[in-house]
Design a protein around this ligand. Structure first.
Ligand code: 6PG
Length: 231
């Protein structure tokens, strides 16, 4: 595994983290649009980002230049409440005028293998992402890169990989590979809650976690609240 450059930013509460995270995303987007007229972002799934997404939904961003991708998706029907895309749509994307053709949902309803194959095709023409958002599971996973599974760390790993028998339900998923998640100008992790403190401790002591396999050239920023950081 490449050596990860990791900078930690600790906030007293989850709400502080959410406010700073939303402003950081807005700032990075504005800068990307200023520099090259577009902004590509990969969204994190799970529950942690939801409040961040809700804050973004009321911010005055230049939405017409946003291009949205997903870091992973559960293999349940499109529109299902357990979908990461459903969470993003209801908390944010459904409330802002991003052109629908610029929201690239993972076709995970087609199953892990076919969904990964199709998303590899969709990602093929895309350069490095401007920003990748990621969460952290209690076991140290990020996206749907679970312990004991393939993470796709090799430089020539496919952009999207099929995940079966995941330890977090549902078992079948599609995930961007560690290599593709690392092809980013900036990466922000959001980690909140005492349930993540063991994973954070393992991360900081060099544990074998897929979160540590995300190694963009510029390093990663981890925004954590004090309870996750074990303060
Ligand atoms: C998912 C996510 C997963 C998530 C972590 C943290 O499909 O659930 O992609 O990687 O980010 O498990 O989840 P919470 O934010 O709900 O703790």
């Amino acid at each position: 595994m490449n050596s990860q450059i990791c900078r930690w930013h600790i906030y007293p509460t989850a709400q502080n983290l959410e406010i700073n995270a939303a402003h950081a995303i807005f700032r990075i987007a504005s800068q990307a649009i200023l520099e090259h007229g577009a902004f590509s972002i990969v969204l994190a799934g799970g529950n942690t980002p939801k409040a961040i997404y809700q804050r973004l939904s009321v911010m005055p961003a230049d939405w017409r230049h946003w291009h949205v991708y997903f870091g992973d998706e559960r293999c349940v029907p499109d529109g299902h409440a357990e979908r990461n895309s459903s969470m993003a749509l209801t908390s944010w994307l459904g409330h802002v005028p991003i052109p629908p053709q610029q929201i690239h949902v993972i076709p995970a309803e087609n199953g892990p293998q076919e969904g990964a194959r199709e998303y590899c095709v969709a990602l093929n023409p895309i350069e490095d992402f401007d920003l990748v958002l990621l969460g952290l599971g209690e076991d140290g996973h990020t996206a749907s890169l679970f312990p004991g599974h393939e993470w796709g760390v090799e430089a020539d790993a496919p952009a999207a990989i099929a995940v079966t028998h995941a330890s977090k339900s549902p078992g079948n998923r599609v995930s961007l590979s560690a290599a593709r998640l690392s092809r980013a100008r900036q990466v922000l992790f959001f980690v909140a809650g005492a349930s993540k403190s063991a994973a954070v401790k393992s991360w900081r002591s060099g544990g074998e976690l897929s979160a540590r396999a995300i190694c963009p050239p510029g390093g990663v920023e981890v925004l954590a609240d004090e309870s996750a950081f074990g303060v």
